[in-house]
Design a protein around this ligand. Sequence first.
Ligand SMILES: [Zn+2]
Length: 89
Amino acid sequence: MTVIVLEEPRRELSQDFGPGDVVSYIGKIHAAPADPFVPGDPADRTFCGQDTSGMEKLSYRPAGPGASWFPPNKRQWVCRDCDTALRTG
Ligand SMILES: [Zn+2]
């Protein structure tokens, strides 16, 4: 199965945290199955059920069977639901 790795767009949240406090938000890393009709593009939904439109496609591809589906340097932002779906599915 081909897995497309997607990253949520980064946002900066500045409201609700008091003056001067800007919290930068790092987008989560999700995975989606490939669109059966458009090779290289993700299907409409990620494995955790989120809309893939608006997410950024990463060029990362797993090195091979057993390799992690996400880039190692993004480990801390990986979506747990997507990860679980890929490990158990
Ligand atoms: Zn996800």
